[in-house]
Ligand binder design. Sequence first.
Ligand code: AMP
Ligand code: MG
Length: 409
Amino acid sequence: MIQVGEAREFVLETLHALAPVERALADALGCVASESVVATEPVPGFSNSSMDGYALRAQDTSTGSVRLRVTGTVLAGQVASRSVHSGEAMRIMTGAAIPDGADAVCMIEETSVDLDGGTVQIQPVIIPGQFVRHPGDDVAVGQLLIESGSELSGSQIGVLASQGLASLMVHPRPRVGVLSTGDELAGPGDKLAYGQIRDVNRPMLLALLRQSGFTPIDLGIARDREDEITQRLQRGVDECDAVVATGGVSVGDVDFVKTMLAQVCSSRARWMQVAMRPGKPFAFGTADPCGAPIFGLPGNPVSTRVSFEMFVRPALRRLAGHQLLDRPLVNMVLDCDMTRQRDGKLHLVHVDFRASDDGRHHVVRASRQGSHLLSAVADANGIAMIPDGEGLHTGDLARVMILNSELSH
Ligand code: AMP
Ligand code: MG
């Protein structure tokens, strides 16, 4: 058996971010920028009003409660046809350019217009610059907007749009092929012969990949035949940036994935017994000659799920250009015992946690565990890492990988 850290090292050490491509802003959410972006346009580009009101000269209001002559209206997108002189005001809408001569805005709520609209009563004393947004207030020319290597959020895409950018250079989302293997597997709608089961892993992995921001590609089901498995793996690495296969990596008579994976990845492949439970058997290689990683995960769905989190997702995040590969690991207080037997392995236990009034996260429940018991762990929001030994007790701290912080029961 090898330690989890060593297996992860073998997976990660040769992987690099995929070559940058140009992406439209609309398609770039969650992608990692491969270039830094520096502002070339000030935002805003001109002085404008932050209120609906009256543009005026502040000094005209120094006594408060003054009446000014209204000389026109300026709407957003328009330029005032004349300047504002002493004793005058111009009606102005939010976002409209401040007319020449004016240096402040009085909000409409603090004014009253006379009946024919020719004059306006300004109640307060207005200070120069009031409700005026200045050029470059938000973004100054030369300001660093996006640093190369950062993941693009919706707000950052907004900032790039404020520069008039339509696209930028990013690392593409890895295209990831998903292959199930096993003679016993049946698809949706197939009638199950006795001894057959539904293919669970492929739909689950396709969904998990999409949830993590990758592009899933369905490679179907391969029977437990060497030629069929080789063919599908080869097709996978020809068409995708990475391939995830499940089943066939254990010590059974027809567990061919580990050997076929080693063939497709002849220069660098390893079949491992990893010191973790579930998910002990694991095969990994990089395909010749393209270097695309192929993951061989154990067939039991909970093992597949856990191996995905421990090996596949971090590796694919590296391909996607992320610097932070892992989900957050947080020490949480156990509200239940989590005892175990010493067996040399790290135990990965699906749990429910929630944030508590004491400002800490508490693990409130450990799921029923078993590598084939997927429904028992399906709505867990974390995976607790229980190190080798006798386990932990109520009140102890446990390290928990946060799968989904929004899911708390
Ligand atoms: P294997 O690793 O191929 O020996 O499979 C281990 C266990 O996982 C067996 O009980 C298989 O029937 C089951 N299994 C394998 N692949 C899948 C799959 N795609 N969906 C659900 N169960 C599977
Ligand atoms: Mg099998």
